[in-house]
Write a protein that binds this ligand. Structure first.
Ligand SMILES: [Zn+2]
Length: 242
């Protein structure tokens, strides 16, 4: 029997989820929500490290976040496939894991794999609910696919206070030792391996946090605005940041 989850976070590459929504996932897991991760590729096109080192790093990052599992597909790092066969692979995971909420890369980004991944996941999440599509598993449609921005800035539809889990997020990101700043590494430097990149991850979380007068936040883009049950609580403390 496959374990189902309430929240499934999907990335194009191992480390996308940690960078985009690692603090939120850690927060949800610590609150008792079930969280799973799906990587659409093995990250084999990365300049540094190997798929094997990245798999070990990804497992450690998932453990730090508190994810119940980390599934992986092999849709092609650096040329992410989005054909019907690829879509059916994602539909299969959605029907097996039955998430209520899905996080995916914002389909407006520097990396084309992130753009493709965001569209692929949103399409697959919808089609997974079609009764007429028979795959041997019952249909399932998540409530919503919510996007996390990667490199490009985007106006967030909502923020999640990750003050309590920012350090967990950063530890999960740093678990990808081969990818990020390591003064001892002799591998070629890349866009993400500079010390400034990790500073930027923290700076963005702090900047989003300032908008809500909390220590740190992650910003998300949702095609539909979330429904608040208590608007008063949602703006708690904002007046101190005026
Ligand atoms: Zn990526």
């Amino acid at each position: 029997m496959t374990e189902t989850v309430e929240i499934l976070a999907v990335g194009a590459h191992p480390d996308d989820v940690e960078l985009g929504c690692g603090g939120t996932l850690a927060l949800l897991a610590r609150a008792g929500r079930s969280v799973g991760i799906l990587d659409l590729t093995r990250g084999e096109a990365g300049t540094r490290g190997t798929p094997e080192t990245r798999a070990a790093e990804a497992a450690e990052a998932a453990r730090l976040i508190g994810a119940r599992f980390r599934d992986g597909l092999d849709l092609g790092d650096g040329n992410l496939r989005t054909d019907r066969a690829a879509e059916l692979e994602v539909i299969e995971v959605v029907r097996r894991r039955r998430p209520r909420l899905v996080f995916a890369p914002l389909p407006n980004d520097r990396h084309p794999d992130h753009v493709r991944a965001g569209r692929l996941v949103a399409d697959a999440a919808f089609y997974a609910g079609l009764r007429a599509l028979e795959t041997g598993l019952p249909p399932h449609r998540p409530q919503q696919v919510v996007y996390f921005p990667s490199t490009f800035l985007a106006e967030p539809t909502f923020l999640v206070d990750v003050t309590e889990t920012l350090e967990v997020k950063l530890a999960a990101v740093r678990a990808f030792r081969s990818q990020f700043f390591d003064p001892a590494s002799e591998e070629p430097s890349t866009f993400i391996s500079s010390p400034e990149f990790l500073d930027g991850v923290t700076a963005r979380a702090r900047a989003f946090g300032r908008l809500a007068n909390v220590g740190a936040a992650e910003g998300f883009v949702s095609p539909r605005p979330p429904l608040l049950s208590d608007p008063l609580a949602a703006f708690d403390g904002f007046e101190k940041g005026f």
